[in-house]
Design a protein around this ligand. Structure first.
Ligand SMILES: Nc1ncnc2c1ncn2[C@@H]1O[C@H](COP(=O)(O)OP(=O)(O)OP(=O)(O)O)[C@@H](O)[C@H]1O
Length: 372
């Protein structure tokens, strides 16, 4: 179990992590999501004692990381896959870690075998591909057979077989009763891997909820319809109190009515249907709707993206889009949690220069390597 209590990290005037309180429980894979700059890496670094909190606390099985004796036996982490000693072989890299944590030598061969790197055990990791580096990082995380595992972007650089493998591995580790905490920007992958989600935006907790509830709560379900006789169908639907909207591709989207009922109505009116399909939103769409107001680094929005169109229509993207529920637009969606109705999502204060760009930000791990 990992427990955070009021965890806060400031860098000067920048609040990177803002009073985070949540627990990561054993037995399920917990996904950690947030837009770029939300504070995920900073949170993970504090969990591992690599960064000191400004205030608040993190406990690993009830203890602070720096109080754990031989910490690899409690928690294994994949942070920056390439942070290995370039001069040592993969085997020796793991052996050094094992020796400093009281882990027997045979475990090194075991984990190399587990991640499929036995054949290159005597090679230096500086020649490794990104995917091989990722596997070596995972081997290091598994070395102490810990009860808690933390993976930051574990599928980065992995090929489809590797992605499948790490997904199954994480789920198997959770099934064994371990605590598995994983961050990823790949929503489709996260949707397949995690059962529970913790979502942050601008350092603050936005959601701590089972995956299924998160999708149901932050997205809409509707029925998509295509017919060569839209007027006739719209007439029938209006009589049922249903007002579909017309999507950009000309299809109709009806909310608050079952697909079967629409089918019956169409049959009763002798109306031809070319499509009648219930739509369940994806994790990506739900995530974008929840976090659109908390995105720190906006690209100039392409509203060609359907999930973004919905976030815009929901008024969740500051300064963009039509009012929610505007005629001809996507129906209204709930405001992001934490947003006060009628009030704008907090924006940088005037007079507070915000000159930082993603390029200016330190690379992963740079901060702690320099002892910050
Ligand atoms: N060492 C540092 N000095 C100053 N600011 C920092 C430092 N480390 C992080 N920050 C800032 O804190 C905020 C959170 O950064 P963090 O890297 O934790 O976000 P993230 O959610 O991991 O982002 P990404 O998804 O892009 O990896 C950002 O605004 C970042 O610029």
């Amino acid at each position: 179990m990992i427990e955070l209590e009021g965890l806060t990290k400031r860098y000067g005037r920048k609040v990177a992590v803002d009073h985070l309180t949540f627990s990561v429980r054993p037995g399920v894979v917990t996904g950690f999501l947030g837009p770029n700059g939300a504070g995920k890496s900073t949170t993970m670094r504090m969990m591992l004692g690599l960064d000191a909190p400004t205030s608040g606390d993190v406990r690993i099985d009830g203890k602070r990381y720096d109080r754990l004796q031989e910490p690899l036996n409690y928690i294994g982490a994949l942070l920056e896959a390439k942070s290995v000693h370039g001069g040592r072989t993969a085997y020796n890299h793991l052996l050094c870690m094992a020796q400093s944590n009281g882990i027997p030598r045979r475990r090194v061969s075991e984990v190399l075998d587990l991640v499929g790197l036995s054949a290159v055990a005597k090679k230096r990791p500086k020649g490794f591909s990104l995917g091989m580096g990722q596997r070596l990082g995972i081997a290091a995380a598994l070395l102490g057979d810990p009860k808690i595992l933390m993976f930051d972007e574990p599928v980065n650089g992995l090929d489809p077989e590797g992605i499948h493998w790490i997904r199954n591995l994480m789920q198997e580790l959770a099934r064994q009763g371990r605590t598995v905490f994983v961050s990823s920007h790949l929503m489709s992958e996260m949707a397949l891997t995690a059962e529970h989600l913790v979502v942050i935006g601008q350092g603050r907790l936005l959601a701590d909820t089972p995956m299924s509830e998160f999708i149901a709560e932050h997205s809409r379900t509707y029925v998509r319809l295509r017919t060569p006789e839209p007027e006739k169908l719209l007439d029938l639907l209006h009589r049922e109190g249903v007002t579909p909207v017309t999507a950009a591709d000309g299809s109709l989207e009806a909310e608050g009515v079952e697909a079967s009922r629409i089918g019956e109505l169409a049959a009763s009116g002798g109306i031809v249907l070319h499509e009648l399909s219930p739509q369940q939103a994806s994790l990506e769409e739900a995530f974008m709707r929840l976090t659109a107001g908390a995105v720190e680094y906006h690209a100039h929005t392409s509203t060609a993206d359907p999930a973004m169109q919905q976030a815009v229509a929901a008024g969740a993207v500051p300064g963009q889009g039509a009012p929610a529920g505007a005629p001809g637009g996507t129906p209204a969606a709930p405001p992001p949690p934490g947003a006060v109705q009628g009030e704008p999502v907090p924006a940088p204060q005037p007079g507070t220069p915000h000159t930082e760009t993603p390029q200016d930000r330190p690379a992963w791990g740079e901060g702690w390597k320099k002892g910050r």
